[in-house]
Design a protein around this ligand. Structure first.
Ligand code: HEM
Length: 368
């Protein structure tokens, strides 16, 4: 969250870390990755400075096998302690990284709708143009998505579960109990990762993230607020959607593979391909959308979560504009055309919220 006087100039700079820097597509993927990891943490910090964004948004998720998603609902008490905990977060992260050489650890902080209004107004910062509050969705199809709110999101990513826990614990315990009305914490973990591209599968047995924008430039375009979209202070900021989906794997595993592939809209396996022509009920057809002829792109960072009884996908994705997520969710519940995403026959969203993800500039101003 630290700033330099030349940070805004850096946004305009074309000297970006190149697309291939962090992605390796070879058989011995994990060995190569291990060797490269020595420098990964500093490269990630470079990306963040280049785009003036929080570090966890753009980095490919195959570098992080673990995540912890912390959602806090705040009470109306002791806000100073909450702000202090957020202010201390970069220091906390640095000290853990220093005492655990070669680890990778990223934190991204998001703010819910009403706290964004309050905290930005107090710091005299304009409200981000495209930020809207997450409303419960109910399509004409009968498919629904709940809105469960939240004031603070801490998205922690690491190659080590213990570090996710440790930073999460220290952050959480630095806030007095009286300030917290509710805690929702969920560990995510990579599942059956591909040996060739490192992508985790969902529990439904498909690689997740194939169609994520590739390379920093494309990812930044999809996920970060740009100069043309909002005030300069918001450039490098983002908007996140979180939804915890609960899978019914008994039902899912009861249908044949060709039907599963039709539901997702892709073939299963390492060389997964999109199925053409698209079936209008498939997940890919419901989410691969265009706005005025231009592809809607977001950066998904979801991971599976859960235990034997309750499990599914912790969906999290970052977008330059909240309307992108809104359009995708409306399409999934069939808001406009009465056709829903068939993935909803096998998995159900049990939480949902939109988050404002401040740029480094904004973070510094609200927590100074
Ligand atoms: C249970 C929940 C979900 C599961 C299991 C799931 C799984 C998948 C899978 C397997 C793919 C194909 C591979 C890939 O490109 O990553 C995919 C693609 C995609 N998903 Fe999801 N997804 C879920 C929820 C969502 C939600 C809530 C959204 C958006 C709000 C979303 C947006 C997308 C997008 C944009 C793509 C890429 C489509 C394309 O360009 O081909 N997904 N998802």
């Amino acid at each position: 969250m630290s700033s330099t006087p030349s940070s805004q100039q850096k946004i305009n700079s074309s000297n970006h870390v190149t697309a291939g820097t962090l992605r390796i597509n070879e058989k011995s993927y994990f060995d190569k990755l291990k060797a490269k990891h020595k420098n990964v943490q500093s490269k990630i910090t470079d990306i963040s400075k280049t785009y003036y964004c929080q570090t966890g948004i753009l980095t490919p998720f195959d570098l992080f096998e673990h995540a912890l998603y912390i959602i806090l609902h705040l009470s109306n008490e002791g806000e100073t302690a909450v702000i202090d905990a957020c202010r201390q977060l970069p220091k906390l992260k640095s000290s853990l990284i220093q005492s655990n050489p070669n680890c990778r650890l990223e934190t991204t902080l998001g703010i819910g709708y009403s706290k964004t209004r309050e905290w930005l107004a107090r710091a005299n910062i304009p409200f981000p143009k495209s930020f809207i509050e997450f409303q419960r969705k109910e399509g004409p199809t009968g498919k629904t998505m709940p809105s469960t709110g939240g004031d603070l999101l801490l998205h922690i990513r690491s190659n080590r579960k213990d570090l996710c826990f440790e930073i999460g614990r220290r952050f959480y315990q630095s806030i007095p109990d009286t300030c917290i009305a509710q805690l929702d914490d969920t560990f995510g973990y990579a599942y059956m990762s591909s040996k060739t591209n490192g992508l985790s599968q969902d529990f439904i047995g498909f690689e997740d993230g194939n169609e994520n924008p590739n390379g920093n430039e494309q990812r930044a375009k999809a996920a970060l607020i740009g100069k043309e979209e909002d005030e300069m202070i918001h450039v490098g900021g983002s908007f996140a959607l979180t939804q915890k989906w609960k899978d019914n794997l008994i039902k899912w595993n009861g249908i044949p593979q060709d039907e599963q592939e039709a539901v997702v809209g892709r073939t299963k396996g390492e060389d997964s391909k999109k199925i053409r022509p698209k079936q209008r009920t498939s997940h890919v057809a419901r989410t691969d959308l265009k706005e005025n002829g231009v592809d809607i792109k977001v950066v998904r960072q979801s991971l599976p979560y859960g235990d034997l009884k309750e499990h599914g996908l912790f969906f999290i994705s970052y977008a330059s504009d909240t309307k992108k997520h809104e359009k995708q969710l409306d399409s999934m519940v069939g808001m406009d055309d009465n056709i829903y995403d068939r993935i909803m026959d096998f998995s159900t969203p049990i939480t949902g919220n939109y988050w404002f993800i401040p740029s480094l500039n904004v973070l510094e101003k609200i927590f100074q």
